[in-house]
Ligand binder design. Structure first.
Ligand SMILES: C[S@@+](CC[C@H](N)C(=O)[O-])C[C@H]1O[C@@H](n2cnc3c(N)ncnc32)[C@H](O)[C@@H]1O
Length: 275
């Protein structure tokens, strides 16, 4: 295992991903009917921002740490920041989901690496509606689809360590979408090459997706002291975005982007307003 999210927790890319997740969950909560959250690559759940990993990269300093002045915002941005900006630690996707579950809702969080999964189980110990599976997310998450609730969100957020991760993710998504076409999906991806990212988006839409949008964020990355190339751009495909989601994200990112020194776009890929 090379990838450890502790180096990146709370960075610019996490901000967009977790803001979108919070917005989707708030939307699902508008109806009393239960929903399920399936997180295929869940991570450890809580990240210590004073720990060695976070301090080594300083990525949270350029991300969540810059957003304190927005904490009284309304809507999904305010909700996300209330959960994420205690200054000492940062909640990953399963903890954000757990915080927004109601008694009738549930979370399935899948994490392959036993140490990360063990931390996650401990972090979710007081959330009985959360189930942690130590497994390969790609092989396992389809078994939960469609969820018995027939409503919910699937987050696919792999580490992009493998050279064929884009292909694996597109394949896994197509299979999931066949099983649960009405679900909301959040698919995170790094942008190292625009052509590669665009091809991936094309693959995802090729599964027959009727409604989707894409959120992009890019920053200017300072040269890294260790000489390693740092990620400067990331995207999120949102399949079946809730009504009003694009406008809410545009407004929220309009507040967030100047503080992060980022360029953000939200574009319709399929469905109303696309093209
Ligand atoms: C980008 S991190 C996830 C971050 C998390 N979703 C969040 O937003 O807080 C990717 C995680 O996937 C785990 N992982 C790697 N390969 C996996 C696999 N095949 N199945 C499930 N988890 C995997 C890694 O250990 C890592 O914790």
């Amino acid at each position: 295992m090379n990838y450890r999210h502790a180096f990146h927790a709370g960075n610019f890319a996490d901000v967009v991903k977790h803001l979108a997740l919070a917005a989707v969950l708030l939307h699902l909560r508008k109806k009393d009917a239960a929903f399920a959250v399936i997180d295929s690559h869940a991570g450890r759940g809580r990240y210590d921002l004073s720990g060695a990993e976070a301090q080594r990269t300083g990525e949270a300093e350029g991300g969540i740490a810059r957003l304190a002045s927005l904490k009284d915002s309304g809507g999904a941005l305010g909700e996300y920041l209330a959960l994420a900006s205690d200054g000492a630690s940062y909640p990953g996707s399963p903890l954000i989901a757990a915080a927004l579950l109601r008694p009738q809702d549930r979370l399935v969080a899948i994490e392959k690496h036993p140490e990360e999964a063990g931390q996650l189980k401990a972090a979710l110990i007081r959330t009985p509606r959360a189930q942690v599976e130590v497994a390969d997310g790609y092989r396992r998450f389809g078994a939960h689809l469609p969820p018995k609730e027939r409503r919910g969100v699937v987050l696919i957020d792999p580490p992009f360590e493998a050279s064929d991760e884009f292909e694996a993710m597109a394949r896994a998504f197509a299979d999931a979408y066949r099983r649960f076409a009405t679900g909301i999906y959040l698919l995170w991806f790094p942008i190292k090459s625009a052509a590669e990212a665009n091809a991936f988006v094309g693959e995802v839409l090729g599964a027959g997706v009727k409604k989707a949008l894409r959120m992009d964020i890019a920053i200017d990355v300072p040269p890294s002291p260790d000489g390693k190339a740092r990620l400067a751009a990331a995207g999120l495909i949102v399949v079946n975005p809730p009504f009003g989601f694009a406008d809410e994200m545009r407004a929220a990112l309009g507040q967030v982007a100047p503080l992060l020194g980022a360029r953000c776009t939200v574009s319709e890929l399929a469905g109303e307003g696309a093209g």
